[in-house]
Design a protein around this ligand. Structure first.
Ligand SMILES: C[S@@+](CC[C@H](N)C(=O)[O-])C[C@H]1O[C@@H](n2cnc3c(N)ncnc32)[C@H](O)[C@@H]1O
Length: 259
């Protein structure tokens, strides 16, 4: 039986809008070579005027309220599940004093399963870091192991990953343990159509949300997320927004210890 794979989607106008937050302005030939050196991009980057990487992420415009420079200037940032690193490089460009980007490169397996593409781990990240002359430190490691970094961070970016780990409490606890005393987790994850005021979490079957994606386990309504925050000692949870993108609910929040 022949397998059918998904076609790599066209980059959306919305993703180009997000990419334009960080125009890289590389020389055109260099930008095109960097773009073409990576077999599949998750993030869309504006490498040079008119040269964008063809990112498959659909629409991150709704994340813009989380991405003001005030959040990053002079701060240390940990970006977990960085993939091609857009949010790490953005934090650096907005004035973060140190950025560490972590990914266990789980995407290598789902990119193969969904698109039949062999993507070397970290390829997009390295290509963009090189163009930018970036000092973001990349670590191939599991987000559950971030205590081993032996470092505290002012901002922990946890975008697009909480719904993909089997133990979301363990992940949030690991992140809470590496926060500086005034630090916060900035979180974006899969939302839920359950009522926002009930302390619940949706449980998804493999492939139910995206065909061939067996790593999307959970959907979080607001009160479920607040309760997870309380469990890991981050009782000041502000739900920034709940929204629906291409038929998928998303939720954004900040979590910190109350002061
Ligand atoms: C959907 S992508 C999100 C990328 C980026 N954070 C964003 O929101 O645009 C999820 C990323 O998390 C990574 N990931 C999943 N589970 C992980 C884990 N336990 N530790 C580290 N990275 C993980 C995947 O490899 C992938 O790069």
């Amino acid at each position: 039986m022949s397998e059918t794979f998904e076609l790599i989607p066209e980059t959306s106008a919305a993703e180009r809008e997000v990419a334009d937050l960080m125009p890289i302005q590389a020389e055109r030939g260099r930008a095109e070579r960097a773009r073409d050196s990576v077999p599949l991009w998750f993030h869309t980057f504006a490498l040079s005027p008119g040269v964008y990487t063809p990112g498959i992420a659909r629409d991150h415009v709704y994340r813009l309220p989380l991405l003001h420079a005030d959040r990053f200037v002079g701060r240390s940032v940990l970006d977990i599940g960085t993939f091609d690193g857009f949010y790490s490089f953005l934090a650096e460009s907005l004035g973060a004093r140190r950025v560490v980007a972590v990914d266990n490169e789980q995407y290598v397996s789902w990119v193969r399963e969904r698109f039949d593409v062999t993507l070397p781990g970290g390829a997009g990240f390295r290509a963009v870091a090189d163009l930018l002359g970036s000092t973001v430190e990349y670590r191939q490691m599991d987000a559950l192991d971030v205590r081993a970094l032996d470092e505290r961070f002012d901002e922990v970016l946890c975008f697009g990953i909480l719904h993909r780990v089997t133990n979301p409490i363990a992940l949030l606890q690991a992140l809470a343990d590496v926060l500086s005393p005034t630090g916060e987790i900035v979180l974006e994850t899969y939302g839920s159509h359950l009522p926002g005021d009930i302390r619940a979490i949706d449980v998804h079957a493999p492939g139910e949300v995206y065909p061939r994606d067996s790593f999307l386990y959970w959907g979080f309504p607001a009160e479920g997320l607040r309760q997870l925050g309380r469990i890991v000692g981050l009782d000041d949870v502000a739900v920034v927004s709940t929204t629906e993108i291409d038929g998928h609910p998303r939720i954004m929040a900040t979590m910190r210890a109350s002061r």
